[in-house]
Design a protein around this ligand. Structure first.
Ligand SMILES: [Zn+2]
Length: 189
């Protein structure tokens, strides 16, 4: 029996036959574990978006999505708001390495936890994550409280200590409410 615990009903399960059936679900994103630095960088810069949006876009990168993009950006020490076409070659290289490390680590961890069984209680919120779903909790690297930026359907989590040089990025809904009381820097928190 499969049930979805979330209220948003965004999960889906498809049954397909053969590789042709599977290909119908291919959104075109590259396999990040197989991609060279050059291939990764080409996909990253194909359109100019924030790096957060580019990483989570299945048309550019296969299998990353919202939770792992937060974890990858934390590992790479990059702000989620950097524009992909303005990133330096060094930043893109760092992101490529962080993406491969984080995805390989999580594949191994999830396979270990599932064992030979069908995976149970599948969730994007896991205690081993550094920033995703950990708003207000201390970053495991620097101890700064993890921050969030909320959108209509999603949220991005990041560490101001590791990723934005201490800057608190505006969360539109909250900064409107707090106006001048909105902390701009980690030290004001
Ligand atoms: Zn940190």
């Amino acid at each position: 029996m499969l049930t979805e615990a979330g209220a948003k009903r965004r999960a889906a399960l498809f049954v397909v036959q053969g590789s042709d059936g599977l290909a119908e679900h291919d959104r075109g994103g590259i396999d990040v574990l197989a991609a060279s630095e050059v291939e990764f960088e080409a996909a990253l810069r194909r359109e100019n978006h924030t790096v957060k949006r580019a990483l989570a876009d299945p048309r550019l990168f296969s299998g990353i999505g919202n939770a792992y993009s937060d974890e990858i950006l934390h590992r790479a020490g990059l702000s989620p708001f950097v524009q992909t076409q303005k990133m330096t070659a060094e930043q893109a290289g760092r992101l490529h390495a962080a993406t491969q490390q984080v995805m390989a680590e999580w594949i191994e961890r999830l396979r270990e936890q599932a064992g030979d069984d069908f995976p149970r209680e599948v969730t994007a919120f896991r205690p081993e994550m550094a920033v995703h779903g950990r708003f207000g909790k201390p970053c495991p690297v620097c101890g700064a409280p993890v921050q969030r930026i909320r959108y209509a359907n999603n949220e991005t989590n990041y560490c101001p200590g590791c990723q934005t040089g201490g800057q608190i990025l505006a969360d539109r809904s909250l900064s409107r409410l707090l106006k001048d009381d909105w902390p701009r820097h980690l030290e004001e928190l």
